[in-house]
Design a protein around this ligand. Structure first.
Ligand code: CP
Length: 318
């Protein structure tokens, strides 16, 4: 695997899941694979789970790890070509990327949507520059439009907890005071659409996701109706995608906050969220603390998804 940015990059999901469960049984089984190999993790944005789980995954494989927080201690980077660099950014990403590539064998990037330009975000400008100019295998640690390590961990978690071969999985929008990128819901939809689960998305009107991610998923604007008989509820807030509303908060309606009222009409559904989560905005205390909440095992599986991805990349390095 030379890059991991979307569901297609992982190939056959059944094989990927089998590999994940093999690693989960013995996460140090491939510790020799990464000897004398270096992972560089580059963060343009904050992280708790991705930072820790990916570093742990690299350690499982015997790798060395370098972590660079671009906004803390590194030179400020210009990302646009053609800019006269007379401002506060002394280095251009187009020099910085190949330099960073000199010091490592694999690169992980976190670079969120900026909501300044839909085109810049949805073309994955930053991620693609790393793929093009680093000369190294590159994986996404959440980019502008997708968060594949999270979605893979979500899939592993659903496979572990599902009670029927084809569970009903509902992705629900939830309110949040700030505009959040669509990367997690886009990616979750993309991965769920690649399974044979009964997958449905619910959100208020105006929060439609990019059709390439919705694909064949059912969309239901009535959240209570969507939750009926669900086996898994996956909550996430996101900002509007469509038209001039790109990057805007259109609603903070707390009727959409996941509470006992909605969970009561499900098939005793498991509650999932990628975290971090704002309690009593996205989900009530009692739901996230209930026995049906699997947010912690879901976060734990981030180590497993990252180990599979790094293992596959290491296997391609001569
Ligand atoms: N879910 C997730 O990616 O968490 P962090 O933002 O803390 O890495």
């Amino acid at each position: 695997m030379k890059q991991f940015t979307c569901v297609q990059d992982i190939g056959d999901l059944k094989s990927a899941l089998a590999e994940a469960f093999e690693i989960k049984k013995n996460r140090f089984k491939f510790v020799e694979l990464g000897r004398n190999k270096t992972l560089m993790m580059i963060f343009f944005n904050s992280s708790l789970r991705t930072r820790l789980s990916t570093q742990k995954a690299a350690t499982n494989l015997g790798m060395n790890v370098i972590v660079l927080d671009i906004n803390q201690g590194a030179w400020k980077l210009e990302t646009e070509r053609g800019v006269i660099m007379d401002g506060d950014k002394p280095e251009h990403l187009l020099e910085a990327i190949p330099v960073m590539g000199c010091y490592c064998d694999i690169i992980g990037i976190r670079s969120f949507a900026r909501f300044e330009s839909k085109e810049f975000d949805y073309q994955e400008t930053i991620l693609n520059q790393f793929i093009q100019y680093s000369g190294k295998p590159v994986f996404s640690m959440e980019a502008a439009t997708r968060h594949p390590l999270q979605s893979f961990a979500d899939l592993i978690t659903i496979e572990e907890y599902k009670k029927t071969p084809r569970p009903k999985v509902v992705l629900t929008w939830a309110p949040h005071p700030r505009p959040l990128p669509q990367a997690v819901p886009n990616s979750f939809a993309e991965w769920m659409n690649a399974t044979d689960y009964d997958f449905l998305i619910t959100h208020p009107e105006g929060y439609e996701l990019d059709p390439q991610f919705v694909d064949n998923a059912k969309v239901e604007y009535d959240q209570m109706k969507a939750f009926e008989g669900a086996d898994f509820i996956y909550a996430k807030s996101w900002a509007a995608y469509t038209g001039d509303n790109y990057g805007r908060v259109l609603s903070t309606d707390r009727n959409w906050t996941v509470s006992k009222r909605q969970m009561d009409v499900t098939n005793n559904a498991f509650f999932m969220h990628c975290l971090p989560v704002r309690r009593n905005m996205i989900v009530t205390d009692d739901v996230i603390e209930s026995p049906q909440s699997i947010v912690i095992p879901e976060a734990a599986n981030r180590e497993i998804s990252a180990t599979v991805v790094l293992k596959r990349m290491l296997e391609q390095i001569p």
